[in-house]
Write a protein of this length. Structure first.
Length: 491
């Protein structure tokens, strides 16, 4: 496990090599020598719709600029103003995109995540980088990790995790490396990666059900979907309830600090945001320990998206370990099998949904997280076919890929966060899942729609309206830039 913040040996490829002489705001990342994919890869096919031609070239150059500009010094900030630190699954998407232009920098992106790893094995969803100096609303003071946790990490981090996409990123980056370099990379990353998967099982599935629990909506990666909003509603502090009951949410709007870069109506609602701060405080009070938070009656949800990512990550972890000639611990292998078996039944209750781990009840609301069952890759073929059919149904998909909530959901809002917008990083997972399940035409369609969305917009937004393709949230969002690049290059 890497336990020092020294990332100087990470990411030594051309992306870093020429950094002297670049403007200081760009330092840490440098213009790579990019070969257009059509020339770099013989046999690269001409594109359909708006996924080839000058528009794509311009968007590609811009996406690379976004990754350079968001470089924080060996890792990538999702957005220089809105998310000015390192996020777990964002860095995984970034590595997947970066591997096409600078595989060493991509490897460095993955390895830098382990700087924030807790001695317990937990990989936190945010690793704070104080040097950056940009204010962030949910800062280290809110998490209080160093005081709360018995064995804290060596750097400031949040106290929760995020979808475990790391093994996927490791396998993708490794696949782009020459064999000997790949072996060294895998051997370096494996101890920390295994420790993370072991932590997920030990801490979040102590009863060996196969499905791990998620304890904060920020862990789901989809921060404000209705099932999660319902799960945390009762935790609203008294002041928030009073303001909500009085229909006076403007008071809270004035207090929030996350709306300087992006309009509040595109973000989580203010009462929910303050409820999430409250939840964070409660988790801090129980030292982020699963046994204690359960005893305190705090939410614990078997999030379907998170578990879908875990199923796939387990598979990739097995591949990576086999390639490196290392055996995974028997207990971990057993847990991984249990997960696969448990997840195969995810459609038994109809559309894949989250489950309340406290009661066993399936949460009623459908969200795009359910479709990540396709990404998990273990559904029986006819079930996968049924789910893929639903994905492209007009209830979910307009011109630009699936909305985060169905168009007919009462909470649907085309420009607000996870309440309607299309998220390119989710589309990446779905394209990959469709492709692996042999649904090549559907994968192609969704890939083309996503590329078109970004090209037309001219900027890599955090999310887009599923109605008119308009960009919302943070502009110049690194994960969108990265998955766009992967979709362009990985043809
Ligand atoms: C938002 C997204 C989450 C992402 C984070 C940083 O919170 O919901 O998925 O990781 O921003 O980009």
């Amino acid at each position: 496990m890497t336990t020092t913040e020294d990332t100087s040996s990470l990411g030594t490829g051309p992306f870093r090599a020429v950094q002297k002489g670049v403007p200081s705001e760009r330092r840490g990342i440098t213009p790579p020598a990019i070969t257009p994919p059509a020339q770099a890869r013989p046999g690269h096919r001409a594109e359909t719709r708006e996924t080839a031609g000058p528009g794509v070239e311009t968007a590609r150059a811009r996406a690379l600029d976004v990754l350079r500009a968001n470089d924080g010094g060996g890792f990538t900030r999702p957005s220089a103003r809105l998310y000015p630190h390192q996020w777990l699954w964002d860095s995984c998407f970034v590595a997947i995109g970066l591997r096409h232009v600078d595989v060493e920098r991509a490897a460095g992106e993955v390895l830098s995540l382990f700087v924030g790893q807790w001695p317990s094995g937990m990989l936190p969803h945010i690793r704070f980088c104080p040097a950056i100096g940009e204010p962030y609303h949910a800062d280290p003071g809110l998490w209080g990790v160093r005081d709360a946790v018995e064995a804290p990490p060596v750097v400031e981090t949040s106290g929760v995790t995020q979808p475990p996409l790391v093994a996927e990123a490791v396998a993708r980056v490794g696949a782009a490396m020459p064999a000997r370099r790949r072996l060294a990379f895998y051997r370096r990353v494996l101890p920390g990666l295994v420790a993370y998967h072991e932590w997920l099982y030990r801490e979040r599935d102590p009863e060996n059900t196969g499905l791990v629990s998620v304890v904060h909506p920020w862990e789901s990666g989809m921060d404000d979907t209705p099932p999660w909003s319902d799960a945390v509603r009762d935790l609203a502090p008294a002041k928030v309830r009073a303001v909500r009951d009085a229909g006076d949410l403007d008071v809270l709007e004035g207090l929030r600090r996350d709306n300087k870069a992006v309009p509040a109506q595109e973000r989580i609602a203010a009462d929910e945001l303050f409820t999430l701060y409250e939840l964070t405080g409660r988790l801090r009070a129980v030292r982020y320990r699963f046994d204690e938070l359960r005893a305190a009656g705090l939410p614990s949800i078997r999030d379907v998206g998170f578990n879908a990512v875990l199923v796939r990550a387990n598979r990739q972890l097995e591949t990576v370990a086999a390639d490196a000639g290392l055996e995974l611990p028997t207990g971990l292998l057993r847990a991984m099998r249990t997960t696969r078996d448990a997840f195969r039944n995810v459609l038994a209750g109809g559309f894949p949904r989250h489950q309340d781990a406290r009661t066993g009840r399936l949460l009623p609301d459908e969200t795009v997280a359910g479709f990540l069952a396709l990404y998990a890759g273990v559904l029986p073929p006819e079930q996968a076919g049924r789910l893929a059919g639903q994905l492209f149904d007009a209830r979910w998909t307009g011109r630009y890929g699936p909305a985060s909530l169905p168009f007919d959901a009462p909470a649907f809002d085309p420009g607000r966060y996870w309440r309607g917008p299309v998220w390119p990083m989710v589309n990446w997972l779905l394209v990959d899942g469709l492709r692996r399940s042999g649904r090549v035409a559907e994968a192609r369609r969704l890939r083309d729609e996503t590329v078109e969305l970004v090209v037309r917009s001219g900027r890599t937004y955090e999310y887009y309206s599923p109605v008119d393709g308009g960009g919302h949230g943070a502009p110049d969002f690194a994960p969108t830039a990265a998955v766009f690049l992967d979709m362009i290059y990985a043809e």
